[in-house]
Design a protein around this ligand. Structure first.
Ligand code: IMP
Ligand code: MG
Length: 342
């Protein structure tokens, strides 16, 4: 019988821009190197796509957290919405590729279901440029108290879990060590993003805490960004330079769920700073350094200015120094160039 002294530690991976910054890669590396008992997805539905390279093979997951690649119990938390057919298909696909997802994946009883009606409704969206996966209508019904919870859908029976019991009363675990894996990003957050060009859930660290852990359990907050920015949706985002076409091709900037070309622009440092502050990050990972290395241009917006750097080293130094000066001296910064490894 464990006591109330039971130790609970949680690390969180959050995206500081508009999604697609490589959270999947970071979460995968953390699972590989860490001692997590659980991986929990804390927001979003099958609108999100994580691209993960595991042992050299490319996997695109939508609902399922990346703990499955390492035999870690992987939970879809109450902050998520689940399209059941897509979820079951994803499990089947992973199993076919030799990943025992069926045994490892659980769905929190109080997560909500994306129904086919939600999907049909979302298909009509033109204003926001959604992924048309039923995400917005499912969250609307959840908050309108008309939603269907996972425990009400018999197709999910075998996967259901009581998250409260699991985290606080399951005697199988002496200590709980969670990796929280988020979806989308700060610029798409329902409160902090550019409303209405946002998703229907919270994409900040607050969302991880809402999934059932006390704030004091948080250890590391990994903020993930890219050295340039991408956005998919209806608003105009791309800068005027022709070079963005090249970045899109080199960086393979096409939606992993929808295949849509992502709009590209230079890094907005002020947004990176705001997202870093609000999420209280202590680790910053900037991905896709290799793409700007290839084109040999390093730029960022800072207030009304566009900064131009002579080299990758200059840009790295500037970001690192500014983040430490403006946000927190204790933030460790990592620059990653290789698509498959950090
Ligand atoms: P929804 O989440 O499908 O409702 O889409 C709302 C906005 O968020 C649209 O601009 C989508 O393109 C964007 N979005 C949703 N999920 C992702 C994602 O995983 N990566 C990038 N953009 C996303
Ligand atoms: Mg993505």
């Amino acid at each position: 019988m464990f006591s109330k002294e039971r130790n609970m530690i949680a690390d969180v991976v959050v995206d500081l821009q508009y999604g697609d910054c490589g959270k999947g890669k970071i979460a995968h590396a953390l699972c590989r190197d860490g001692n997590y008992t659980h991986v929990i997805r804390y927001n979003g539905g099958c609108n999100a796509g994580h691209t993960i390279y595991h042992e050299g093979i490319k996997f695109v997951t939508h609902h399922i957290p990346c703990g499955v690649f390492f035999g870690i119990k992987s939970i879809i938390g109450p902050g998520c919405v689940v399209h059941v057919d897509t979820f079951l298909k994803e499990i089947e696909e992973l199993e076919k590729q030799g990943i025992p997802a069926g045994d490892l994946v659980k769905v929190s009883t109080n997560a909500h279901v994306i129904t086919d009606f939600h999907k049909i409704e979302d298909k009509k969206d033109e204003e926001i440029g959604t992924t048309k996966r039923g995400n917005g209508p499912a969250y609307r019904d959840k908050y309108g108290r008309k939603g269907v919870r996972a425990l009400e859908d018999p197709r999910l029976n075998k996967y259901l879990i009581s998250l409260y019991h699991e985290l606080y009363e399951n005697e199988e675990f002496e200590n709980i060590e969670i990796l929280f894996e988020g979806a989308q990003g700060f610029g798409l957050d329902i409160d902090w993003g550019d409303y209405p060009y946002v998703t229907s859930s919270h994409c900040t660290i607050g969302s991880a805490v809402l999934n059932g852990v006390p704030p004091k359990s948080i250890r590391d907050v990994w903020g993930v960004a890219k050295i340039y920015e991408t956005y998919v949706g209806a608003k105009d985002f791309e800068g005027p330079e022709d070079i963005f076409e090249e970045i899109r091709e080199l960086g393979e900037e096409f939606g992993s769920t929808t295949g849509r070309p992502r709009q590209i622009n230079w890094m907005d440092f002020d947004m990176l700073k705001m997202a870093s502050r609000i999420n209280g990050i202590n680790k910053l990972v900037i991905n896709k350094m290799d793409i700007l290395d290839e084109i040999g241009i390093w730029r960022a917006f800072h207030g009304p200015h566009m900064l131009e750097f002579d080299s990758r080293d200059d840009m790295e130094f500037w970001i690192q120094t500014k983040i430490n000066m403006d946000v927190d001296e204790g933030i460790d910064t990592f620059f990653s160039g290789d698509k498959h490894n950090i």
